[in-house]
Design a protein around this ligand. Sequence first.
Ligand SMILES: C[S@@+](CC[C@H](N)C(=O)[O-])C[C@H]1O[C@@H](n2cnc3c(N)ncnc32)[C@H](O)[C@@H]1O
Length: 229
Amino acid sequence: MTEFNKKKSFNEFFEEVSPRLGVRKISFRKIFNYLDKLPDPITIVETGCLRIKDNFEGDGQSTLLFDVYTQFRGNNSKVYTVDINPQATKNCSQVVSKNVHIETGDSVGYLNKLTKIFVDKKITPSLFYLDSFDLNWRSPEESGQHHLKELVSIKSILNLDTLVVVDDSPISGYLQESEAKKGNLDFIPFGLVPKPTISGKGYLIHQYAMQTGAKLLFSNYQTGWTGFN
Ligand SMILES: C[S@@+](CC[C@H](N)C(=O)[O-])C[C@H]1O[C@@H](n2cnc3c(N)ncnc32)[C@H](O)[C@@H]1O
């Protein structure tokens, strides 16, 4: 049990920590509102664990948030997390409860193994939170490809309601697109400038989602989709 379990409810805990979540505050709220509507047990799988204690502002402390949420949900709700850096998994294990299964290794191999276990044990995942492979904002290809590989690894166990969220994936667009639409830039023909899309870690997952009919549920720095299967 963590110190946070002394709170009366998950909402009380979230209200206390959410001012520190910065750009992730709104989308984490949306994640938990969505999970509230899913049946027990809640099963959350994460790639890239909490690596620095109390770093709410920088990384988000996702593993801790998911740990506290699943403990309040009870009924066998659990968190699974993986990180390639042994120091990160060590630090994480010192912050979260035994309700979190922590593994050290590459997330793509891990998700492949976990997928087989979930199929055998008939475990239905509620949420995948993908936040491994750090992003180079100027050159997002490697990180985007890694997160697409993670999605490929779990594709067979996604159901209509499984929420997939990727961190560091805000909407990006060309300012000229909206200005051109308003007619303020009559030297830019409307339609010439690309439309806004999802950038960052999840940019390739978003392209795949849109090509396969998945649904974009929200995008507030973190982006969430459902309906992959
Ligand atoms: C941004 S941090 C995760 C932050 C965490 N989700 C939080 O909210 O506090 C990204 C983590 O991904 C890990 N990582 C990088 N490449 C990875 C890989 N191939 N497999 C698993 N983890 C990886 C890094 O070691 C790092 O700890």
